[in-house]
Write a protein that binds this ligand. Structure first.
Ligand code: SAH
Ligand code: AVI
Length: 328
């Protein structure tokens, strides 16, 4: 069984590797020791992963971003002014490209405003924050690097009413129990006048969904494989991404896309702290789930987290929805 030593990918990334992150190592070790090997999707997002995600949002097959953008453009000016929103706290902000629609609506109300983008992708978040400070001189921008699966502690004092936003359908990347815990943390952070705005990708013809995760240009495949480069860089492992193939399919029982990386050959990968991890030819690592919702599944998540579904808007084709929640 070959151990990877030959890869140009791993040679360059091992050279850059410094100190293993013990938390990451523990998560990776647990995930790769399970019968169905699994890695947390947050590890897609180093700087390159965030750039690849931005490329995905521009693909013709990837309908969520442009659909959500149209919904935001239609709704935010009215919602923000009616609620008198003074600050925006955003989970998994990424490039904050669509968040600018909300920030513009806040600006139009004449209040200077605060923006707290929270993300795990540290260097990308800094680029986002720099761009926003340049383009919105009156806005106080306080980026927070954090894992939203673990904590949600917006900086204090925060101006209220605040809008907590979780866009893009990223809630779908969490298993339901973790999604409920995350929403519970949002609910705990909210005060009475605050609101929660969430984007959800809706259940629809599976062929349409599968096309969005199997784009013809191979950007989603590169995004998926990038996770192995993140592991090489952070843990000093020697994954060769070219020996793993992208697979994405709709799993109808749980209404979700599953993304996997399939080992093309029998191999052993060295992960410092874990030793040699064996992969059979054809064996998969599940790297992401992306759960698709409807109004009743969102109501269930909200109710379990102590949130009340206040309003719901979706596009005419029923592709994507924006939901507003209040403290229940
Ligand atoms: N909100 C943007 C980006 C969505 S991509 C949009 O709608 O286009 C998902 C974003 O969430 C990425 O920026 C990623 O870095 C971030 N993210 C993923 N998992 C996270 C976690 N556990 N904690 C914090 N941020 C996370
Ligand atoms: C960030 N998240 C909502 C994306 C999704 O569609 O689940 C991540 C993604 N994975 C593959 N393509 C995009």
């Amino acid at each position: 069984m070959p151990e990877n030593t030959q890869s140009a990918w791993s040679a360059s990334t091992v050279a850059a590797y410094r100190q293993p992150n013990p938390r990451m190592l523990a998560e990776v070790a647990a995930g790769l020791s399970a019968p169905q090997k699994e890695l947390p999707p947050k590890y897609f997002y180093d700087h390159r992963g965030s750039e690849l995600f931005e490329e995905i949002t521009r693909l013709p097959e990837y309908y969520p971003t442009r659909t959500e953008r149209a919904l935001l453009e239609d709704w935010m000016p009215q919602l923000v002014s009616t609620l008198g929103i003074r600050s925006l706290v955003e989970l998994g902000a990424g490039s904050a490209e669509k968040s600018r629609i909300i920030l513009r609506a806040m600006q139009a109300t004449g209040i200077g405003g605060e923006y707290v983008p929270i993300d795990v992708s540290a260097s990308f978040l800094n680029v986002t924050a720099t761009g926003l400070r340049r383009d919105y001189p009156g806005l106080a921008v306080t980026p927070v690097v954090a894992d939203i699966a673990e904590e949600l502690t917006p900086p204090e004092p925060l101006s209220h009413p605040a809008l907590y936003a979780f866009l893009g359908g990223t809630i779908g990347n969490f298993y339901p129990p973790a999604a409920i815990r995350l929403l519970g943390r949002v609910r705990a952070a909210m005060t009475n006048g605050d609101r929660f705005l969430m984007g959800v990708d809706l259940r629809k013809d599976p062929r349409r969904i599968e096309a969005a995760y199997n784009d013809s240009q191979g950007v989603t495949a590169a995004f998926n494989q990038n996770m192995l480069l993140v592991l090489n860089h952070e843990l000093g492992s020697n994954f060769d991404p070219d020996t793993f193939e992208h697979l994405a399919f709709y799993e109808p029982v749980n209404h979700r896309i599953e993304m996997h990386l399939i080992s093309k050959l029998e191999q052993r990968v060295r992960i410092p702290g874990m030793g040699l991890v064996p992969f059979a030819a054809g064996e998969s690592i599940r790297t992401e789930i992306s759960c698709k919702h409807n109004r009743s599944s969102v109501t269930e998540l909200f109710t379990a987290a102590g949130l009340r579904l206040e309003s719901w808007r979706q596009d005419p084709q029923g592709l994507f929805a924006l939901v507003v929640g209040a403290r229940g």
